[in-house]
Design a protein around this ligand. Structure first.
Ligand code: ZN
Length: 330
């Protein structure tokens, strides 16, 4: 396998992922799901497709390839159409030999960009890990009591701890296997019990949904495909829809909307810009829109049919695109 082949495969995978993103946008345009959770799921899959090379999906879809090979044996009208679609998905012919200087410069640029996107997160995580390693084992009494109430409200089954931080810039969930809700000390001091409950219910919903893993996957996708503008746009949309989905689930617990809006406003006021990628954040996203949704109680939901249809159609689109991108069709 040559460096030229790998570079061409990467560029083709980026192009195929772009086509998949356009198809997913069309799917959402047709289904028009009202629920943020459904939109979050769709855009997360689209973003992850950017990070997963189509070659990996080929390996998972061997039975589909066998069927396609049978179809291509038969000279029917679909054969030229499939071949034309397969060729349209090729941006760079993997057989093309790229100049070594271009490849070297391209790899150096890609590595530099990837490191720059990961760097702020790595620094933030390291600082937080150091602080938590040096912290006393005694859990803060008031925050732990309010956390227990928030756990009852959300039904979060995973063991979660709370940590009041002197260095974190905003409320966040850190850790995947043993999640910890981190609250900056000034924010904890500013929140009433009701507001703190609302903020913790939102964070526990992140834990229940596995949003920290999604955030880390988002970070990997952005680091690998940082040169593609759609990836940055998708990471922002995934984050925003994730925040909306957690607000919706939190409001469904029946807690006071006033506590939610005031709690969120205080979190934002204390500064939300410092939270790095790769962590579930309370302050990020479109704050004005979040406050408006909370104040008006606009937690739109879909029927089970729309949610199932969006998932099923997305899988069909992904399988179809991967199948058509297969070299056996060209
Ligand atoms: Zn959040």
């Amino acid at each position: 396998m040559t460096a030229s082949f790998v570079a061409a495969t990467f560029l083709n995978s980026l192009w195929e992922s772009t086509v998949f993103a356009a198809l997913a946008a069309a799917l959402l345009g047709v289904l028009r799901p009202r629920s943020a959770a459904v939109r979050h799921r769709v855009w997360t899959v689209v973003l992850l497709k950017f990070a997963v090379p189509t070659e990996v999906l080929f390996a998972l879809l061997q039975p589909v390839e066998l069927v396609l090979r049978q179809v291509m044996e038969v000279p029917v009208v679909v054969r030229p159409a499939l071949a034309a679609a397969a060729r349209a998905l090729v941006l760079v012919d993997p057989a093309t030999a790229m100049p070594a200087t271009w490849l070297g410069a391209g790899v150096a640029l890609w590595l530099g960009g990837a490191m720059l996107t990961v760097f702020p997160t790595a620094i933030g995580l390291r600082r937080l890990a150091r602080e938590m390693a040096g912290a006393s084992d005694d859990a803060p009494a008031r925050e732990t009591r309010v956390l227990a109430r928030a756990v009852r409200l959300t039904g979060c089954a995973r063991p979660v701890r709370v940590h009041v931080s002197s260095t974190a810039a905003t409320v966040m969930v850190a850790g995947w296997r043993r999640p910890v809700v981190v609250i900056p000390a000034p924010i904890a001091a500013a929140l009433s019990d009701g507001e703190l409950t609302a903020v913790l219910v939102h964070e526990l919903t992140h834990v229940r949904r596995g949003d920290t893993a999604v955030s880390l996957a988002t970070m990997v996708a952005v680091a690998v495909c940082w040169m593609h503008p759609a990836v940055w746009w998708l990471s922002r949309v995934v984050e925003r829809e994730g925040e909306f989905a957690c607000d919706d689930a939190a409001m469904a617990t029946g807690e006071s909307r006033d506590d939610f809006s005031r709690g969120l406003a205080k979190v934002v006021q204390a500064g939300f810009a410092g939270a790095p990628l790769g962590l579930s954040r309370a302050g990020a996203g479109d704050i004005a829109q979040r406050l408006h949704r909370i104040v008006t109680g606009r937690a739109d939901r879909d029927g089970a049919w729309t949610s199932a249809a969006a998932s099923a159609m997305l899988v069909v689109l992904l399988v179809a695109l991967t199948a058509v991108a297969n070299p056996c069709l060209r």
